[in-house]
Ligand binder design. Structure first.
Ligand code: MRU
Length: 353
C-alpha cells in the first residue's frame, strides 16, 4: 500500500487528522524548521501539549479531543468491556497537560459526555466525528468573529497584537488574527505590529510567519515598544486572544497583555479581545481565580536556545496574566460583541446559546 502523503505545511493546517493519526505542526522551531509530529496515543498527545508542539487555547482543546479518539481506539482494542475507565484515566492525563486555557477542559468535557452515551460498539467513529465537529465549529467561530471584529475597526489603521492568536493557535483562521485577516481584507488594517512575546517568541516567530504567509504587512517589535507607538497616535487598536475569560469579563491571556491594556487605556487606544465562547469559564467568578501556568525559569534565562543569564540567578516565568474587565473595550465572540464587559453582559451572552 502507498504511504499517504504528509499534510501540507500551512498555518491553517496545524492540526490534521490524517492516516488514522493526529499530526501536529511542530510550533517549537517555526518558522526555521517546518515539520509535523505524529501522535498515536493520548500520552503522546498530552506530551505534545505540555511541550508546546501545539499551543494556543482553542488549538490545545481540539488537539485534546483528538487525543481522546486515540485513547478510545487503544483502550477498546485492548479491552472491549473495560475501555471506558481506561479512557477516563487518559482524559485526566490530557487535562493535566496545561492548566490555564479553559478550552482544553471544555473540549475534554464534551468528549467525555459523548463517551458516556455510547453503547457497546467500537467508540472511535463517534468520538472522531465529535472531535472533527469541535474542530470545524472552531473555524466557523473564528470566521464569525473575524466579521464582527472587523466591523468595529474604522480603518485604515495600524494595530498591535501580542503572542499568537492566529490559525496556529486555533483550528484555523485565528481569533485575534482572524479579526486582523477580515479587517485587512476590508482595507481597514495598514500594518500589524507583532510584539515579539518573550520568552517563547510566539509573536516574532509564529504571528510574523502567519501574517507574512497571508500577505498582511507585519512589523515585529520588542515587547517594550508598545507605549511609544501608542504615544505617536498611529495605533487604532490592540487586538488579542484569550486563554480564559472569567464570568465577570476579566481576561486571561499571554503575559504582557495586561500591560498593553493599561497602555491602551492611557493613550485612548481601543482594546479588543477576540475569543470563542468556549474560552468563557462561567465557573470562575473573577480573574484572580484563574490558575496561571508557571513554566521553566530557564525559558527566561535563555533566548533563542542560548543561555543569556548568569548561573545561579533566579528567574520567574508566569506565562499568563489577567486584564481586568474594566480595561477591556470589547470581547468579540462568535455570538456577537460584548462592549464594556461585566458579569451581567457575560451572563446574557452565555444564556443566549
Ligand atoms: O502559551 P501559549 O502560546 O499557549 O499562549 C497562547 C495565548 O496566550 C494566546 O493569546 C491565546 O491562547 C489565544 S489563542 C487564539
Amino acid at each position: 500500500m502507498q504511504t499517504p502523503a504528509a499534510p501540507e505545511i500551512h498555518p491553517d493546517n496545524a492540526i490534521v487528522w490524517h492516516d488514522d493519526r493526529l499530526f501536529l505542526l511542530d510550533q517549537r522551531n517555526l518558522p526555521g524548521e517546518t515539520r509535523f509530529v505524529a501522535c498515536g496515543s493520548a500520552a503522546e498527545t498530552a506530551r505534545a501539549i505540555t511541550d508546546m508542539v501545539v499551543r494556543g487555547a482553542p488549538a490545545i482543546g481540539i488537539t485534546a479531543a483528538y487525543g481522546v479518539v486515540l485513547a478510545a481506539r487503544e483502550r477498546f482494542t485492548a479491552d472491549p468491556s473495560g475501555w471506558r475507565e481506561a479512557v477516563g484515566a487518559d482524559i485526566e492525563l490530557l487535562a493535566a497537560s496545561r492548566p490555564t486555557a479553559v478550552n482544553l477542559f471544555w473540549a475534554l468535557e464534551r468528549m467525555r459526555r459523548l463517551m458516556e452515551t455510547l453503547d457497546a460498539a467500537a467508540p472511535e467513529p463517534a468520538l472522531l466525528a465529535e472531535a472533527q465537529r469541535i474542530h470545524r465549529e472552531d473555524i466557523a467561530a473564528n470566521r464569525a468573529m473575524g466579521d464582527f471584529g472587523a466591523e468595529l475597526i474604522q480603518g485604515p489603521t495600524d494595530v498591535i497584537t501580542h503572542c499568537n492568536a492566529g490559525a496556529l493557535a486555533t483550528g484555523g483562521y485565528g481569533t485575534a488574527l482572524g479579526v486582523v485577516r477580515s479587517a485587512h481584507a476590508a482595507g481597514k488594517v495598514r500594518m500589524v505590529y507583532a510584539d515579539e512575546t518573550r520568552p517563547w517568541l510566539q509573536g516574532s516567530r509564529l504571528t510574523a510567519w502567519e501574517l507574512a504567509q497571508a500577505g498582511i504587512p507585519v512589523t515585529v517589535q520588542s515587547d517594550n515598544v508598545a507605549a511609544s507607538m501608542m504615544a505617536r497616535g498611529e495605533i487604532g487598536w490592540v487586538i488579542v486572544g484569550s486563554d480564559r475569560i472569567a464570568a465577570n469579563g476579566d481576561v486571561c491571556n499571554k503575559i504582557g497583555t495586561y500591560a498593553l491594556a493599561v497602555l491602551a487605556r492611557h493613550h485612548g487606544v481601543g482594546f479588543m479581545v477576540a475569543a470563542p465562547t468556549s474560552t468563557i469559564d462561567m465557573s470562575v467568578a473573577g480573574g484572580a481565580d484563574i490558575p496561571i501556568e508557571e513554566r521553566d525559569p530557564n525559558e527566561v534565562l535563555a533566548c533563542g536556545g542560548k543561555r543569556i543569564g548568569p548561573d545561579g540567578v533566579a528567574a520567574h516565568n508566569p506565562v499568563f496574566d489577567v486584564t481586568p474587565a474594566a480595561l477591556v473595550d470589547c470581547i468579540v465572540t462568535e455570538r456577537g460583541v460584548v462592549r464594556q464587559p461585566d458579569a451581567d453582559k457575560i451572563r446574557a451572552l452565555m444564556a443566549g446559546a
